[in-house]
Design a protein. Structure first.
Lengths: 116, 112
C-alpha cells in the first residue's frame, strides 16, 4: 500500500519551455502533497506544501510564479516549472500523506529535469 | 534550514557485517522516520517511530526512538549487496508543522 506515482521520470527540454510533473497517490487519498528538490549528494529540500483544494504554501526563496503547483484532487498534484532555464535542472520529488499530521510521507520515484 | 545531525556520513563495510547509524537533534520530535534512497529514485520508507523509547524491526532493520525524543538509531544486521544506498533519517513535530526535517544522509557502500 501507500504507492505514489510520479511522471515523467526524465525530461530533457530547451530553455524557455514549461514542464509539468504529475504526482499521483495510487491507493490512498492524499490530503497533503509535498514537492522537493534534491541536489547531488544532498538531502531533500522542501519547495512547497500542497493541500487539496487550496493554494500551496511555498518555502522561503521558492518563486511561486516559477513553480506552479496545483492540487485539484485527493490523488493528483502537479508541479509546473514555467519558462525553465538551465539553473532549474535538478531532481524533483513529490511525496504524499493521508493527513497533514503524524503520518509518514510516501515518495514518488522523482523526475530528473535537464534544461539545455 | 534546520537539519538533523546524521552520522556517519558514509560507511564502507564487508558483506555480512552489521551497520549502525544515528541521528541527533537539539529539538524534540513526535515522529522519527528512516528512509532509503537508491540512485535516481525517491526515498522509500523503512521504519516509522512514534513513541519515545519505541524499538521497531523490519526484517534485518531495527530502529529506536530515543527516550529524550531527540535522537534515533538504525541498525542493519548481516548486510547484503542490495543494502547499498543512502539512508536518511527525518523527524516530524508539531513545531515544524509536521514537515520533515532531514538528516544529511549516510551512504552505505559494501566492499566486494
Amino acid at each position: 500500500g501507500a504507492v505514489v506515482s510520479q511522471h515523467p521520470s526524465w525530461v530533457i527540454c530547451k530553455s524557455g519551455t514549461s514542464v509539468k510533473i504529475e504526482c499521483r497517490s495510487l491507493d490512498f487519498q492524499a490530503t497533503t502533497m509535498f514537492w522537493y528538490r534534491q541536489f547531488p549528494k544532498q538531502s531533500l529540500m522542501l519547495m512547497a506544501t500542497s493541500n487539496e483544494g487550496s493554494k500551496a504554501t511555498y518555502e522561503q526563496g521558492v518563486e511561486k510564479d516559477k513553480f506552479l503547483i496545483n492540487h485539484a484532487s485527493l490523488t493528483l498534484s502537479t508541479l509546473t516549472v514555467t519558462s525553465a532555464h538551465p539553473e532549474d535542472s535538478s531532481f524533483y520529488i513529490c511525496s504524499a500523506t493521508e493527513t497533514a499530521t503524524n503520518q509518514p510521507q510516501h515518495f514518488g520515484d522523482g523526475t530528473r529535469l535537464s534544461i539545455l | 534550514g534546520q537539519q538533523l545531525n546524521q552520522s556517519p556520513q558514509s560507511m564502507f563495510i564487508q558483506e555480512g557485517e552489521d551497520v549502525s547509524m544515528n541521528c541527533t537533534s537539539s529539538s524534540i520530535f513526535n515522529t522519527w522516520l528512516w528512509y532509503k534512497q537508491d540512485p535516481g529514485e525517491g526515498p522509500v520508507l523503512l521504519i516509522a517511530l512514534y513513541k519515545a523509547g519505541e524499538l521497531t524491526s523490519n526484517g534485518r532493520l531495527t530502529a529506536q526512538f530515543g527516550i529524550t525524543r531527540k535522537d534515533s538509531f538504525l541498525n542493519i544486521s548481516a548486510s547484503i549487496p542490495s543494502d547499498v544506498g543512502i539512508y536518511f533519517c527525518a523527524g516530524q513535530s508539531r513545531d515544524s508543522n509536521y514537515q520533515l526535517i532531514w538528516g544529511a544522509g549516510t551512504k552505505l557502500i559494501i566492499k566486494p
